[in-house]
Design a protein around this ligand. Structure first.
Ligand code: ADP
Length: 625
């Protein structure tokens, strides 16, 4: 007995409306992608049903031929996309078509600028999915019924895409989803057989589900218009670049072509096929480590899942593609997957394939683009993937004092190849910004010596260097730490001088140390400074100031550590302070030396107005006012 309910009107979640407006405004010049998005959803729905029916054949309800049908009515100006896939319950319709469940959505909408050209580029990263229907339609009617429930529990959803939609319970004989698009005037051209066929050919030929359309010519009825074979099962020689590009867009919802791909069939003990793509642009949720992965697992052509970390590690979450194997049982569960030996092997081999792909990319010009888009994610691999650490390390790119270029282009191998014979360390500095790194007082000595220093200015770099301590037998060494071997290694002759100097200035240092007893551990003469008067260094066991700041920013309690204040004894300001070391101003001067050292490393002063006050007083004093 049909339990028809009243039509219920509901408002869209505000993000949905925002997305709808954006879709309509920014994709009007690329209208035809609506079909690709809806066909792709239908294909996913069929994939889901096929998988679930393996353990519950009843879900097929005797209609085991899974297919998508595209129909149209030229007079009424409608296009209909129908599938006999998994379908949706009322709750699912409300949450799938009325809200945006993707994590990171808030951040995405926060990033919108209101500038249409800019925002329409972002939309490609978001993936518009179902809402693409509103590019061409001013009324969309969805009728759906979930597989396995009774025919009177169908749902009809209807909307004009303007803030609200209605839902009602209807009877629906057939399982699956039907979407009727009432075309806008300016999109009526789509209600035509050849037009729809051409679009399908262009975007959906490689979908593994048959797509049926009304026959052309004499015969009545429908005919299958696509190849309906799994694209990745074809041999490479049968496939053109365009085939790979089209398939990529189909599975990724991306508007751009991929940067590069690798397709391989492995035969032997374990048989499997993989097709991996590297996109050109980052998806909107790249920074959400929990986000769904872009690689789909198929077993014997049946789609199994697409969000399993079992398939690829997180640091490769930007990769899109397919893994297909006959090795796993079809009714594989997540628990089985986690323990499965052959999947483990496929995963290991897949990582190697992808790293190989990135290595090939690294040889060409597009690597810069790749690195600026995905470099930070790949860096996570140094921390996550100890097995491939060496290989990933070779792919890293950094800024360096060699050219002071903010775009990271220097590899560790480049650095090593430029190292002098006597140099045993790879030197780096970590800061929050490129200019802080580039202008850091700590670097002065190295610049003077012509020793290259890597300028690390990504947040993750601090963690990176804590895991990557050596490369090709050379140690990676921070230049902000006190035990600067580099200094000795390249300037051994100075060592005695330094001890002598320390003895010479002991009294002066003691006075400053006393003035700064709350702030610093020790005061001493510096060899690393040439143009700046002072800087702070950490002892080998201490975290760097940059790391302390990062931990604080992440909400962690960081105990205050006292560091060592190094003074440039050649600097006129220090000379002046030394001459007047008995002056009442020494306390203020010491504070200012300490505070400017903090500012130079990109740190924050505890008492900025105190600093300004001291500075102004000093200016007035010097001018004799
Ligand atoms: P996405 O496909 O990226 O998740 P969409 O906005 O395209 O986003 O779709 C939202 C959800 O609606 C899908 O995840 C799916 O659960 C459901 N859906 C869309 N189209 C269909 C369909 N033809 N059959 C069953 N479910 C569908």
């Amino acid at each position: 007995m049909a339990t028809e309910t009243q039509k219920e009107e509901r408002g869209f979640e505000s993000e949905v409306q925002q997305l709808l407006d954006l879709v309509i405004n920014s994709l009007y010049s690329n209208k035809e992608i609506f079909l690709r998005e809806l066909v792709s959803n239908s294909s996913d729905a069929i994939d889901k049903l096929r998988f679930l029916s393996l353990s519950d054949a009843g879900l097929l309800e005797g209609a085991a031929e899974l297919e998508i049908t595209i129909d149209f009515n030229e007079k009424k100006k409608t296009v209909t996309i129908k599938d006999n896939g998994i379908g949706m319950t009322k709750e699912e319709v409300i949450s799938n078509l009325g809200t945006i469940a993707k994590s990171g959505t808030k951040e995405f909408f926060g990033a919108l600028s209101g500038d249409q050209t800019k925002d329409s580029q972002l939309i490609g990263q978001f993936g518009v999915g179902f809402y693409a229907a509103f590019i061409v339609a001013d009324r969309v009617v969805v009728t759906t019924r979930k597989a396995g429930i009774t025919g009177d529990e169908g749902v009809r959803w209807e909307s004009e895409g303007k803030g609200a939609y209605t839902v009602e319970t209807v009877s629906a004989e057939q399982r699956g989803t039907e979407i009727v698009l009432h075309l806008k005037k300016e999109a009526k051209e789509f209600a035509a057989n050849h037009r729809l066929r051409n679009i399908c050919k262009k975007y959906s030929d490689h979908i593994s589900v048959p797509i049926r359309m009304p026959s052309v010519g004499e015969e009545e009825g429908y005919e299958v218009i696509n190849e309906a074979t799994a694209m990745w099962q074809k041999s490479k020689s049968e496939l053109k670049d365009e085939d790979y590009q089209t398939f990529y867009k189909l599975i990724s919802h991306d508007f751009m072509d991929p940067l590069k791909w690798v397709h391989s069939k492995v035969e032997g003990k374990i048989e499997y096929t993989t097709l991996f793509y590297i996109p050109q642009i980052a998806p909107f949720d790249l920074w959400d480590r929990e986000a769904k992965h872009g690689v789909k697992l198929y077993v014997q052509r049946v789609f199994i899942m697409d969000d399993a970390e079992e398939l690829l590690p997180r640091y490769l979450r930007f990769v899109r593609g397919v893994i297909d194997t006959n090795e796993l049982p079809l009714n594989v569960s997540r628990e089985i997957l986690q323990k499965d030996k052959s999947l483990d092997k496929i995963r290991t081999a897949s990582i190697k394939k992808i790293l190989g792909l990135i290595e090939r990319l690294a040889k060409g010009e597009s690597y810069e683009k790749f690195w600026s888009t995905f470099g930070k994610v790949l860096k996570e691999g140094i921390i996550e993937d100890t097995v491939n650490r060496e290989r990933i390390a070779k792919l890293l790119r950094f800024s360096s004092t060699i050219d002071d270029n903010e775009n990271p282009a220097v590899s560790l191998s480049d650095y090593v190849s430029r190292m002098g014979e006597e140099q045993t360390n790879i030197y780096y500095i970590t800061t929050e910004s490129f200019s802080t790194a580039k202008n850091s007082p700590h670097i002065e000595y190295f610049r003077g010596q012509g020793t290259e220093v890597l300028l690390l200015h990504d947040q993750i770099d601090e963690w990176l260097v804590s895991h990557l301590t050596e490369f090709e037998g050379k140690n990676l060494k921070s230049i902000v730490h006190a035990d600067l071997e580099g200094k000795n290694e390249e300037g051994k002759a100075d060592e005695n001088d330094e001890t002598k100097e320390i003895g010479e200035h002991d009294e002066f240092f003691a006075k400053i140390r006393e003035a700064l007893s709350e702030e610093v551990e020790d005061v001493r003469s510096s060899k690393r400074l040439t143009t700046s008067p002072a800087c702070l260094v950490s002892s080998a066991e201490q975290p760097s100031a940059n790391l302390e700041r990062l931990l604080q920013a992440a909400g962690q309690e960081v105990p205050k550590t006292k560091r060592i204040l190094e003074l440039n004894m050649e600097h006129p300001v220090i000379a002046l302070a030394q001459e007047n070391q008995d002056s009442a101003d020494l306390k203020d001067w010491s504070e200012m030396l300490y505070e400017q050292s903090i500012l130079a490393e990109g740190g924050k002063l505890e008492d900025p107005s105190g600093f300004i006050k001291r500075m102004n007083e000093m200016m007035l004093k010097l001018s004799g006012a």
